[in-house]
Design a protein around this ligand. Structure first.
Ligand SMILES: [Zn+2]
Length: 400
């Protein structure tokens, strides 16, 4: 065994202290604002959250002065279509994931690697591709962004054993049901149930075809399939008729995913309906990108601002849709500011010259916040964002 075996080398603990937090957004719908100004993280996990006087700063290896700015959980994009590395063939762009990091996105969920040129549709091929994507994105994190990928699209001919094989090979979710040959409720329901039996989560495409070759999935198919996530309930872009969207909100207990690359009016209808039904904990956000309209590094921030401003949702609640809600529904260890969770944060402030008095008010007016820092697993992944409007104040690294 080599002398530098990391398992045998005692390493010093990485202790991250963030102090002078002006506003702490928890990501938790039930209590979205914490009365705390300090966060301590040890080895990439939140250890304590509270007042500066109550948290022992000794031994901190990285100290950040938030300078009165706002700390929130890193944003989660519940619906992306990665292919390989930080390249997308959809609009032939490289570096797109790193650009999303500068939009506050620290975690991405694949809804299928469907843009892969020559995507295999035979059973062995599609399973191999899913396992490859799961492995490759586990090992490669552009800019530090954690990408949960390896999401096979179900095809006719799959049997229970296929789902068992996929699960034992490390696959944890299906790509959008409906993007493959299975487009009927009965077959989808059977395969979704097999997937669930082996711990594989599922998402279904909802609405009209996204691009040539994709197809309509209406309310009856969505309800029959009973996938864990009603993917882009506001269409991608073509939304279902209003009465079908309302019926899905009323009749399904599953997650209601609103996407940036969807119909904005249908997004507002979904949110208002969920609010009336007291199901705001089911709302999660994604971009559904890369897409025909390109990549949107600020897509999740834009959705938070759109929903907050046009549907009159407090900004701190809208933030939960892209953090704590998604973390709970997707079983992620990030997305909430609580001990034991990943020390993954986005630090924001009111954008320069926004008329809002506070960062929350600026979002409620429809402006985007400025990002001053992004921290993933206790490590600073970005400082002042190159993509958002400039934050009025940015945090400072005071000890490293
Ligand atoms: Zn879709």
């Amino acid at each position: 065994m080599a002398h530098d075996d990391p398992a045998k080398t005692p390493k010093t603990q990485a202790r991250l202290l963030i102090r002078n937090i002006g506003l702490l957004l928890s990501g938790d719908l039930k209590n979205p604002i914490f009365d705390a100004d300090t966060v301590l993280a040890i080895d990439g996990k939140i250890a304590s959250v509270g007042k500066q006087k109550d948290i022992n700063p000794e031994g901190a290896t990285l100290v950040i002065d938030a300078k009165g700015t706002t700390l929130a959980p890193g944003l989660i994009d519940s619906h992306v279509h990665p292919v390989a590395g930080d390249w997308t063939p959809r609009q032939n762009q490289i570096g797109w994931i790193d650009s999303y990091l500068h939009g506050g996105v620290t975690t991405m969920i694949s809804a299928g690697e469907v843009h892969t040129p020559g995507r295999p549709k035979d059973l062995v091929g599609l399973k191999a591709m899913a396992i490859f994507a799961q492995r490759a994105f586990s090992a490669f994190r552009p800019g530090g962004v954690r990408i949960h990928a390896g999401a096979p699209v179900i095809e006719h001919g799959m049997v229970e054993e296929d789902f068992k094989d996929l699960a034992s090979a490390g696959v944890t979710m299906l790509g959008e049901v409906g993007l493959g040959s299975v487009k009927d409720g009965a077959t989808a329901r059977q395969m979704v149930a097999w997937a669930r039996k082996y711990g594989i989560q599922s998402t279904i495409h909802t609405g009209g075809p996204s691009i040539p070759g994709s197809s309509l999935i209406d309310k009856d198919i969505v309800l029959a399939a009973d996938a864990d996530v009603i993917g882009h309930i506001n269409g991608g872009h073509t939304a279902l008729p209003d009465d079908q969207i309302v019926a899905l909100c009323e009749q399904s207990p599953r997650a209601l995913e609103i996407v940036h690359n969807g119909n904005e009016k249908a997004a507002l209808l979904t949110l208002r309906t969920a609010r009336e039904l007291k199901k705001l904990d089911r709302i999660i956000l994604g971009t559904d990108s890369p897409a025909g309209s390109g990549v949107q590094p600020l897509g999740i921030l834009r959705l938070i601002s759109l929903l907050s401003s046009l549907a009159d949702v407090p900004a701190e609640v809208a933030v939960c849709f892209a953090t704590g809600n998604t973390a709970r529904i997707r079983n992620l260890d990030c997305g909430l500011i609580e001990p034991g969770r990943a020390a993954t944060f986005v630090m924001i402030d009111k954008a320069q010259h926004s008329p809002g008095k506070t960062v929350l008010e600026s979002i409620q007016r429809g402006d985007l916040p400025g990002i001053g820092m992004v921290i993933i697993d206790g490590v600073v992944s970005a400082q002042r964002s190159r993509n958002t409007p400039p934050a009025t104040t940015v945090p400072e690294i005071v000890k490293q």
